[in-house]
Design a protein around this ligand. Structure first.
Ligand code: GLP
Length: 256
């Protein structure tokens, strides 16, 4: 894991945006995995400002709530169109988001995995992290080899996400999420975490043991994962200063 710590969310998000922009300009038909939540919003704003050519890009989203009408403002479908896609020239047919209203969920999940393979696999997967260490919606104790499937949210995640819905009762309990195995197959992962309430999960993911109790810790086994943090999210890392030192002393050719 490469840990990149910036004083502000803006600087961290802009560096992550430069990395994605560089990839899309080198490979116009790139396959990009996307995440939702409040964390990637500044990244998406930075990407929109760069006015990239998305016309040949294919995207796969990590997850979706089950049972909300597709046009509900809190579906990840609505989130992605509102906060990224409608500001780009991406083709609707190249956008893939799990269907939370699929009639046969296991078959839909298997088909989603197949679509990723047919697209050539994910080049860069963007990830946030839950306060309990979840990535996508892979809650603690998810199999580290899991594939796209249905999951039941923890009470903690329902409470964390209630702010988008108005009350905990309105948050769906079930979701479809790429598995940790699916995420591990991406050629590169970019995990973003900002704010003090992510500091514990990040410390566990980066410096703790690899354990299904902190699903993001599986990324220690991924060859190309960059973790973009602000100072607050890095607050519980024992080696924060080492990570800053590494970033400040990169050879020019390695800089983003
Ligand atoms: C949800 C999403 C995750 C996201 C997490 C954190 O659970 N499924 O992909 O990382 O929320 O959200 P936020 O970025 O708003 O803290």
């Amino acid at each position: 894991m490469e840990i990149i710590i910036h004083p502000t969310v803006k600087e961290a998000s802009e560096e992550a945006a430069r990395l994605i922009a560089k990839h899309i300009s080198n490979k116009p038909d790139a396959v990009i995995g996307l995440a939702t939540g409040s964390t990637p919003l500044p990244l998406y704003r930075a990407l929109i400002e760069m006015k990239l050519d998305w016309s040949h890009v294919t995207t796969f989203n990590l997850d979706e709530y089950i049972g909300l009408p597709r046009e509900h403002p809190q579906t990840y479908h609505s989130f992605m169109w509102e906060n990224l896609f409608r500001h780009t020239n991406i083709k609707a047919e190249n956008v893939n988001i799990p269907d939370g209203n699929a009639a046969a969920i296991p078959a839909h999940c298997a088909e989603y995995e197949k679509r990723i393979l047919v697209a050539g696999g994910i080049d860069i997967q963007v990830l946030g992290i839950g306060s309990d260490g979840h990535i996508g919606f892979n809650e603690p104790t998810s199999s580290l080899a899991s594939r796209t499937r249905i999951k039941t949210l923890t009470k903690q995640t329902i409470e964390d996400n209630a702010r988008f819905f108005g009350s905990t009762e309105e948050v769906p309990k079930h979701v479809i999420t790429m598995g940790i195995g699916t995420i591990m197959d991406a050629r590169q992962n970019i995990l973003l975490a900002f704010g003090q309430n992510k500091a514990k999960a990040i410390a566990g993911a980066v410096e703790g043991p690899i354990t299904a109790v902190n699903p993001a810790s599986a990324l220690q086994m991924h060859a190309v994962t960059k973790v973009f943090l602000d100072d607050a999210a890095a607050g519980e890392l024992e080696r924060a200063n080492y990570f800053r030192w590494v970033h400040d002393n990169k050879p020019d050719w390695q800089k983003i």
